[in-house]
Write a new protein. Structure first.
Length: 304
């Protein structure tokens, strides 16, 4: 049974935020609203520390909480449909994860569309990954993560590392990722009404701001098309009623068929990337608990 707070927030989002998003034509307005909402609504864990920096010529936000006990780093890519969002809209959630894992996190301020279309965001994310290695970090000390569009970037980076033979990160997780920019899955139409936040009928329009028709199947834009000959342990989350449900299931099916270690969690009545509302209802806490448990589970028994 869902908590009353989750039900109330879902109802508010469906009745107010979703219709507002349906009317918006200017990504700048959406960006400003997302940033304002984050400042007003998101709850930060105690003792969170945020500091700006640069890695590989890409601006980043370093995130930590309390004492950092391990040299591992969580490299996290924020969501926002490739046109909105920033480390500042997601940093409260990542501070929670980093604190519970005893590590630092780094969040790239990757370039957004339509001003900087594909492959700009991917290039920035890859540059930060390479930059961490250039600083002396081993690949097996890096955990990759992302949500929605950031989940797509996470999987695209994994696919690229597999293809090029570069060292893979320790593990990875993606929360309701986009895996195919062609939006060909049944849940895009089947869940158009049950979806609390995303606008199914505008998926192609927003997607075109990021990637042109000639690159829809490029594995750096649509990671379902990557070969994935290699893949680290991977956690995927999705919600049953969201339009991106089948993206997760298609990625799971492909990777499992290739023999990779993939764990999928389904949240029946939550909404797209509900984790971002940590501190507001217990389901968000449970989602983040699952991510923490998964990452710790990839560490050696004496290394937790």
């Amino acid at each position: 049974m869902n908590s009353l707070r989750l039900w109330a927030y879902s109802a508010f989002t469906r009745a107010v935020i979703k219709p507002w998003l349906r009317r918006q034509a200017d990504p700048a307005h959406v960006r400003a609203a997302f940033e304002a909402h984050a400042k007003r609504m998101h709850l930060h864990p105690p003792f969170a520390i945020y500091r700006n920096g640069t890695i590989g010529d890409v601006p980043v936000l370093w995130v930590s909480r309390n004492a950092v006990k391990r040299d591992d780093v969580l490299l996290y890519f924020h969501g926002g449909a490739f046109v909105a969002g920033s480390p500042d809209t997601h940093k409260h959630m990542i501070a929670d994860l980093a604190g519970r894992l005893g590590i630092e996190a780094v969040m790239p301020r990757y370039r957004l569309a339509p001003e900087n279309p594909f492959p700009a965001a991917f290039e920035d994310c890859f540059a930060v990954y390479r930059g961490l290695l250039d600083r002396g970090l081993r690949a097996d000390q890096i955990v990759l993560g992302g949500d929605s569009a950031g989940g797509a970037l996470t999987l695209a980076l994994l696919g690229h590392l597999s293809e090029t033979g570069e060292d893979l990160p320790q593990s990875a997780f993606a929360l309701s990722p986009v895996v195919d920019m062609s939006a060909r899955f049944d849940s895009m139409t089947q869940n158009a009404k049950s979806e609390v936040l995303l606008i199914a009928e505008r998926f192609d329009e927003i997607g075109a701001m990021y990637v042109d028709a000639d690159n829809l199947s490029h594995p750096h834009a649509s990671p379902l098309h990557a070969d994935f000959k290699r893949c680290p342990p991977l956690l995927l989350h999705h919600c049953e009623g969201e339009v991106l449900r089948d993206d997760t299931l298609a990625m799971q099916q492909k990777l499992v068929a290739l023999g990779h270690d993939v764990l999928v969690r389904s949240f029946p009545n939550a909404f797209h990337v509900f984790h971002i509302m940590r501190g507001h209802f217990p389901e968000a806490r449970a989602g983040l608990d699952d991510v923490v448990a998964f990452i710790k589970g990839q560490r050696t028994p004496n290394d937790n």
